[in-house]
Design a protein. Structure first.
Length: 122
């Protein structure tokens, strides 16, 4: 019989998962992503654990949280119109990330328009 222990604490101390005899140590990290120009929060920035499919985005206040494993080493933070930044994961559980504007970086935007509005604008 295998023992499965799960302890989950949001925005608190590290989270540990123990499954049977082997242990996989996981931790919740959090942080904020800010604009370098005025220190305003950036909503919609993407945070990816490099080499994995582990991804999250920032909230309106620039905040994010992400569950990482002990083997994860680098966060990639990106957003249209800003330089992409890579940050080494340390023992810290809170990261403040500042992104610089990149005027030449392509920003893709989508919108919808009705056929009637399109016909009127011709």
């Amino acid at each position: 019989m295998k023992l499965i222990t799960i302890i989950l604490v949001l925005f608190g101390p590290p989270v540990f998962y123990a499954v049977g005899m082997g242990q996989v140590k996981q931790t919740i990290i959090s942080g904020t992503v800010l604009n370098a120009a005025d220190a305003s929060p950036l909503e919609g920035a993407t945070i990816i654990v490099k080499g994995t499919k582990n991804i999250t985005g920032t909230m309106p206040d620039g905040a994010f949280s992400l569950l990482i494993s002990q083997n994860d080493s680098v966060l990639i933070i990106s957003m249209d119109g800003y330089e992409t930044k890579e940050i080494k994961i340390t023992k810290e559980t809170f990261y403040e990330v500042v992104l610089k504007s990149a005027p030449n970086k392509l920003a893709t935007k989508y919108s919808s328009i009705s056929k009637q509005s399109l016909a009127e604008n011709r």
